[in-house]
Design a protein. Structure first.
Length: 225
């Protein structure tokens, strides 16, 4: 599904300028709802400058209005101009991040040994010789190489990494790993929901619930508190 060119900046603009729900914004921008919550709460790693998707011709105002009128509506992205993609040569990496490549390579080797050197080279933008040297620990700077998530380092996107790992796992005949980084947040949210339901039920049974009855919460209403 097509997504905005700058999803986080677009999400920031939608949070500030529309009444769309976090779930609608997350779906349109291809983000997790917790990422949108962080942007709304200004707890993201960096303050984002909003990017207007209407002016960028990625969505129409009519679509946004439909979404504001119906929380269950999912915005449809307008067909934008084709992005220019490099079709030949290695992936370009900014000079400031090139020193991070060995750490990113080491992380993939450690956590996803099923991924081939050729696939790592295309993802990170490096040579098989460098990857092999890190793999067999003969790299000249091996003592200072620390495995770090290449997504965190800004060497690739989470989608590209996930796609690469899934493809390699399928070729190797193993089950692709699942992303557990947000599991704690989900479990904490579910525990809070259960606790509030039980408290509301006890209050109702004790005659303290009044006529309003127990309050039902959703993930979104909890986030807005």
């Amino acid at each position: 599904m097509a997504q905005p060119l700058m999803p986080h900046a677009t999400a920031s603009w939608l949070v500030d300028n529309t009444s769309l729900s976090f779930e609608q914004i997350a779906d349109f921008c291809g983000l997790h709802i917790l990422e949108v919550q962080a942007i709304a709460d200004d707890t993201a790693s960096a303050k984002l400058t909003g990017r207007d998707p209407v002016r960028a011709h990625e969505v129409t105002m009519e679509e946004i209005e439909k979404g504001q009128a119906d929380p269950d509506y999912r915005l449809v992205m307008s067909k934008g101009p084709e992005q220019v993609r490099r079709t030949k040569g290695p992936r370009y990496t900014p000079v400031s991040k090139r020193q991070d490549k060995p750490d990113g390579i080491a992380w993939i080797i450690k956590n996803h040994p099923e991924v081939s050197d050729g696939a790592i080279g295309k993802l990170i933008g490096t040579t098989r010789t460098t990857i092999a040297a890190i793999r067999d620990r003969s790299h000249w700077n091996i003592a200072n190489i620390v495995p770090k998530d290449p997504v965190t380092l800004g060497l690739t996107s989470q989608r590209e990494l996930d796609a690469l790992v899934a493809k390699a796992a399928k070729a190797a005949g193993i089950e692709a790993p699942t992303d557990e980084r947000l599991a704690g947040d989900r479990e904490a949210l579910l525990a809070q929901l259960r606790s509030e339901r039980e408290a509301a039920q006890r209050s109702l049974e004790a005659g303290e619930g009044g006529e309003t009855g127990p309050v039902e919460h959703t993930a979104e209403t909890l986030f807005k508190q």
